[in-house]
Design a protein around this ligand. Structure first.
Ligand SMILES: Cc1cc2nc3c(=O)[nH]c(=O)nc-3n(C[C@H](O)[C@H](O)[C@H](O)COP(=O)(O)OP(=O)(O)OC[C@H]3O[C@@H](n4cnc5c(N)ncnc54)[C@H](O)[C@@H]3O)c2cc1C
Length: 376
């Protein structure tokens, strides 16, 4: 049910996914009292509820690795801080590498990750097989193992952010779409919705895959391009050893992990074009099974029980955008989180709250500036 729409707010956040609700929660924790989140559907209904929940430190830039490390620390203390469970499992991430160029990239990244305190190791194919006995490794040259990586429940996490934000006075208004901006000169003055207008001097675009359309309402072109990705989940399957860490086949883009005695798997993204409707295309199952059996032959005997598809808000370099909108005062962008917005949501919420409350951030977020892309 939509709530009552406030007529004004200090801060309006567009989108109640992991990013928007985490920002709301962290702002409220820092004492912000007049924060409104506008969500056109329900809390978590966008990409967040479609995520595989994966959490890893294998990123290529300092800020992303720091976000991951903060995220892991947050998920470890989640129950204490949030008063709810989030099904966090540290069962590891294992990347299977089949070519030298990819291995060289991993070597550089792993050195950076380790220098920042990440527990990541390059191991031999046989060591990977010791971790996952059902793996085929004869075509691999190495594996990359992050034993402290894992996964948590995106839905539990987003609902907890929302509950804790509400408990601190944040108003989250569902079924209320932002349909326009009102400007005063070069600054934001209000957002429009079918239920009325909310006057505000500060809007945060946290609309996930729909960040582009929301940006266009304010006259901006944002380099965020949603792509569809499927997840298939099998029946309970004992043809492999559980828990299966999150295994990614770097060559094919396939990945899988245990999900309560079953196997959750994805063939990677499909479609070269921007998509806004995450419909399930069952023809993708064949691709998923083909890729699965190539890496873990025993999966040939698993039965797929259900599937869903979601949108990953991609940017041209695979990194998010955390920055003020150019040429328009009062619009902040927390968009383009690609395939890692769930795991980075704790640190992003904390960082954006620091920026808005203190005027500066503990972590250097300049690598996530919009200006790294040429204007469209
Ligand atoms: C299949 C799949 C697997 C993934 N696996 C992982 C993973 O393992 N680990 C990981 O970290 N990430 C993963 N991701 C990525 C992750 O889901 C996203 O990066 C993250 O959920 C983005 O969160 P968000 O809050 O930015 O967007 P969303 O969760 O999409 O939230 C944006 C919200 O904005 C709302 N909205 C849009 N337009 C408007 C409007 N005009 N007015 C009001 N509200 C609006 C939407 O309804 C939506 O609820 C995966 C994604 C997919 C699709």
């Amino acid at each position: 049910m939509p709530g009552l729409l406030p007529r004004s707010a200090d801060v309006v956040i567009v989108g109640a996914g992991a990013i928007g609700t985490s920002i709301a929660y962290h702002l409220a924790r820092r004492g912000a009292r007049d924060v409104v989140v506008l969500e056109r559907d329900q809390v978590g209904a966008g990409s967040t509820s479609k995520a595989a929940g994966g959490i890893r430190v294998q990123f290529a830039t300092r800020v992303e690795i720091e976000f991951s490390l903060r995220g892991i620390a947050f998920f470890q203390r989640f129950a204490d801080e949030m008063g709810a469970a989030c099904d966090f499992h540290q069962e590891g991430y294992l990347f299977m590498v089949t070519d030298e160029a990819t291995l060289a990239r991993f070597r550089t990244n792993v050195a950076l990750q380790r220098s920042l305190g990440g527990d990541v190791r390059i191991i031999a194919p046989d060591d990977a097989r010791a971790l996952v006995p059902s793996l085929r490794v004869d075509d691999t040259i190495a594996a990359v193992w992050g034993p402290r990586d894992g996964y948590a429940s995106p839905n539990d996490v987003v609902q907890a952010y929302a509950a804790q934000a509400r408990a601190r006075g944040v108003r989250i208004v569902e079924e209320t779409e932002v349909t326009g901006f009102e400007l005063e000169g070069d600054r934001v003055a209000a957002v429009r919705t079918p239920a009325g207008t909310v006057a505000t001097r500060l809007v945060i675009n946290a609309a996930g895959p729909w960040a582009g359309p929301v940006g266009r309402l304010a006259g901006l072109t944002l380099p965020v391009d949603p792509r569809r990705r499927h997840i298939f989940v099998t029946d309970a399957f004992d043809g492999i050893r559980h828990p299966l860490p999150l295994v990614t086949d770097c060559g094919s883009g396939f990945y899988c992990r245990s999900e309560q005695g079953a196997v959750l798997m994805s063939p990677g993204d499909i479609g070269a074009a921007t998509e806004y409707e995450p419909l399930v295309d069952w023809s993708q199952l064949e691709t998923a099974v083909e890729k699965a059996v190539r890496r873990i032959p025993a999966l040939e005997h698993a039965q797929v029980r259900h599937a869903w598809a979601g949108l990953r808000p991609l940017t041209p370099d695979g990194r998010a955008i955390l920055d003020w909108a150019p040429g328009l005062r009062g619009l902040f962008l927390a968009v383009g989180f690609c395939g890692h917005g769930f795991q980075h949501s704790p640190a992003v919420g904390e960082t954006v709250a620091e920026l808005l409350v203190d005027g500066r951030t503990a972590l250097d977020i300049s690598d996530l500036a919009l200006g790294r892309f040429a204007p469209a």
